[in-house]
Unconditional design. Structure first.
Length: 214
């Protein structure tokens, strides 16, 4: 399967991705995770992306399309993939269609994580992540066994630099202006499944499974 996960910051894309990935043996390509890794390694890509990310604005289409084009060539992505956080503009969606067309493939399903903006600040400001595995915790909704420590490795958890109430405002603005039209783009193709993303994580997983079995 070739899946796209679309939703505002904190809607649960990164939380559901590992579950879907294991259930369907897909590769998980999260442009935000890849960009953060590039920023912390101070690669040329990271240096270019950092300013926009810190402000909660989108990185240029050319940069992210380049990353995805490269990542999709990996052998583990040939059978199928989950795109988490890409495409985020209509231009990115069109470029993706072109890339897939060259391989004789297409997007199978778009999961739209629909949720009210008002819920997102609490989710974002309470999030803690384990950077090397991508595991995500929440002080209230998914607390680690020991505060500030990853359950599996015992390594420290960190907070994302853009997970503040102020930067969230810009991220939401970018979502409504630039990414919501992408949902329209795929609706016209009849492949969007709407999820009620404000439900508890396990119930959202059930919705995902229903959407993918139909
Ligand atoms: P990115 O990393 O993609 O961030 P985002 O879209 O803002 O999404 P988040 O990762 O914040 O949300 P999520 O839906 O994954 O939430 P999660 O599951 O972790 O992008 C970051 C930046 O990179 C962008 O601002 C941009 O600058 C750049 N970028 C990335 N892709 C780009 C692109 N294609 N084009 C241009 N620029 C790009 O959940 C959040 C919290 O809530 C967690 O703590 C979790 O435990 C908790 N939680 C999850 N589900 C539930 C639930 N059902 N109930 C209660 N709590 C829950
Ligand atoms: Zn995420």
């Amino acid at each position: 399967k070739r899946l796209i996960l679309i939703g505002p910051p904190g809607s649960g894309k990164g939380t559901q991705s590992p579950i879907i990935k294991d259930d369907y043996c897909l590769c998980h390509l999260a442009t935000g995770d890849m960009l953060r890794a590039a920023v912390s390694a101070k690669t040329p890509l990271g240096i270019k992306a950092k300013e926009a990310m810190d402000k909660g604005e989108l990185v240029s289409d050319d940069l992210v399309v380049g990353i995805i084009d490269e990542a999709m060539k990996k052998p583990s992505c040939q059978k199928g993939f989950i795109l988490d956080g890409f495409p985020r503009t209509v231009v990115q969606a069109e470029k993706l269609d072109e890339m897939l067309k060259n391989q004789g493939a297409k997007v199978d399903k778009v999961l739209n994580f629909a949720i009210d903006d008002a819920i997102l600040e609490e989710r974002i400001t309470g999030r803690w992540i384990h950077p090397s595995s991508g595991r995500t915790y929440h002080t209230k909704f998914a607390p680690p066994k020991t505060p500030g420590v990853d359950d599996v490795t015992g390594e420290p958890l960190i907070q994302r630099k853009d997970d503040t109430a102020a930067v969230l405002k810009s991220r939401l603005e970018a979502f409504h202006k630039q990414t919501e039209p992408v949902i329209g783009y795929y609706s016209q193709k009849g492949i969007v499944a709407n999820l009620q993303a404000e439900k508890p994580p396990k119930e959202v997983t059930v919705e995902v499974q229903k959407a993918l079995s139909s």
